[in-house]
Design a protein around this ligand. Structure first.
Ligand code: AKB
Length: 343
């Protein structure tokens, strides 16, 4: 596939380019920042060294709010698959709700509109893959099971602006996939979304509320003897290692349309409390690792998210299966965070 990654310098995008190349695809990358300012610069440079030709497909910086430039890029490149990853996360989004809406919703809609103007070389609708999130859920009166199990069919009643934009993204995806009435020069976009858990990798995330787990792994890798995190020890939300998340993005993009029964899929992996993560890190260290739990305003956001995520549809429709549980993830993350800190 000829893939364009929008938001390629961030936590997911910076590792997705290499994952696509490894799977035999051609990745093009664009971000709102130049390479040297991207959080994922180290991961990108490692992929550029591994895959000849990839560095030349890093495009000049472009903000998704520059609608004309974004539409022109898509019209020019005609990617058969777009991974739309440009987004503000929950904590930053709640502090900047207007910007969160403009980046997460308007940026996505500009991309979808531009993609209605062409078809893939085989005549099929172009594919857009976009992350949704556990933040699309929220507490529902009289339905404690919603937060206990994260049912695939919802209901979805998010409490953060970030969560609201994710529900809108899901509905936009369904509309561009099925409800848009094709006209001459304007066709459908085969839109596919994944409701992701908190994602864990050696690329620091920016502005999420699940970041407390990343902070535990980085603190352990740095050799810190004490760390403060912003949630209670019993806080439990779904988590996933980035390698599984990348595989789910690529597998969903590759899945034949006929096998898909929905536009949004849940993908789950493991469900540790903050204390269980801290303990998994501590068991691998040869020094004390004291964790101070000092909840702040982000506690309310994670408390509004489900503790599990049912993902039967992804498993049966396109064979989704996670590979890393908490123990496997902890081994990998401590190793990778140490390597990233040493760079
Ligand atoms: C966040 O914390 O905002 C994200 C998410 C769970 O979608 N990592």
């Amino acid at each position: 596939m000829k893939a364009l990654i929008i938001g390629a310098g961030g936590q997911i995008g910076s590792e997705l380019a290499g994952a696509l190349e490894a799977a035999g695809h051609e990745a093009w990358m664009v971000d709102h920042q130049p390479l040297e300012k991207c959080a994922g610069r180290g991961a990108l440079e490692a992929s550029f060294a591994q895959y000849p030709g990839l560095a030349a497909r890093w495009l000049p910086a472009l903000d998704v709010l520059q609608a004309d430039r974004l539409a022109a890029l898509i019209a020019d490149l005609r990617p058969d698959t777009v991974f739309h990853l440009a987004a503000l996360l929950s904590a930053t989004g709640e502090a900047n709700p207007d910007l969160c809406w403009r980046v997460n919703v308007d940026g996505l809609r500009t991309t979808l509109e531009a993609m209605t103007r062409y078809r893939r070389p085989d005549g099929a609708d172009p594919v857009l893959v976009c992350p949704s999130s556990i933040a699309a859920y929220g507490p529902v009166t009289g339905r404690p099971d919603v937060l206990e199990r994260g049912p695939e069919e919802g209901p979805l009643e998010p409490t953060t602006m970030y969560g609201v934009t994710k529900v809108v993204a899901e509905r936009l995806g369904a509309w561009y996939s099925h409800q848009l009435k094709p006209t001459a020069g304007r066709g459908r976009v085969d839109t596919r979304l994944l409701r992701f858990p908190g994602l864990l990798s050696a690329v620091p995330p920016g502005g999420g509320s699940s970041d407390y787990a990343n902070e535990l792994f980085f603190a352990g890798a740095r050799g810190d003897q004490a760390v403060q995190i912003f949630v209670r020890p019993d806080t439990r939300i779904p988590f996933m290692h980035m390698d599984d998340a990348l595989r789910s993005l690529v597998e969903l993009a590759e899945a034949p349309r006929a096998r898909l029964t929905r536009t949004t899929y849940n993908v789950g992996a493991c469900y540790p409390t903050a204390e269980e993560i801290a303990e998994a890190v501590r068991r691998r260290l040869d020094h004390p690792f004291e964790v101070r739990y000092v909840p702040d305003h982000r506690q309310a956001f994670v408390d509004s998210w489900p503790r599990r995520l049912e993902d039967g549809a992804a498993r049966s429709d396109w064979g989704w299966s996670h590979r890393l549980d908490l123990e496997g993830m902890t081994d990998r993350l401590l190793h990778d965070c140490r390597a990233s800190l040493a760079r």
